[in-house]
Design a protein. Structure first.
Length: 168
């Protein structure tokens, strides 16, 4: 049951095409943002558990692209492509993500980085072109669990940077 009328929460027009994943990461916002925006960091943590990433090209700017391959633990290669559509350091990144440039099934994501005390809350808000593509991403590719694992890998990676910094 959903409420309607003045003061009721609005149902998003894209709700059936969305995935929203968030996590609090015990690191400063600037470091978490940097880990998302520099290829030397991304290649160390990007992807779900057991995956590795090989970058073919990377240019972090509005209109720039990240062309890469994710290597699954079973040896399967997944070509990936991201184009940055908005960059507002250190608060927000918007991007288009598909298998390659021109992918008609590419999805849009917005990442928000919010300070939460000394930590950072990161929220990944993703909208797929259709409900069917969203459902396929969830059911076939385990997108929700994969997204959670990816943010877990980010959290572990920046925790290691913070720990090494504290040792100096």
């Amino acid at each position: 049951m959903s409420a309607t009328g003045p003061g009721a929460p609005a149902q998003s027009a894209t709700a059936d095409r969305e995935i929203v994943i968030s996590r609090v990461i015990d690191a400063p916002r600037e470091l978490v943002f940097e880990a998302f925006t520099e290829v030397r960091h991304l290649s160390r943590w990007w992807g779900p558990d057991g995956f590795t990433t090989t970058t073919r090209s990377f240019e972090f700017r509005v209109g720039g692209e990240w062309d890469f391959v994710m290597h699954g633990p079973d040896g399967t290669d997944y070509p990936e492509w991201i184009s940055w559509t908005e960059i507002a350091p250190p608060e927000r990144i918007a991007l288009l993500h598909g298998e390659s440039r021109g992918d008609t099934n590419a999805f849009e994501s917005v990442l928000r980085f919010e300070p939460e005390g000394a930590a950072t809350r990161i929220e990944m808000y993703t909208v797929f072109p259709t409900k069917e593509l969203r459902d396929e991403a969830v059911e076939k590719y385990h997108a929700i669990e994969g997204g959670r694992q990816t943010l877990g890998n980010l959290a572990a990676y920046v925790a290691e940077i913070v720990r090494k910094g504290a040792e100096r």
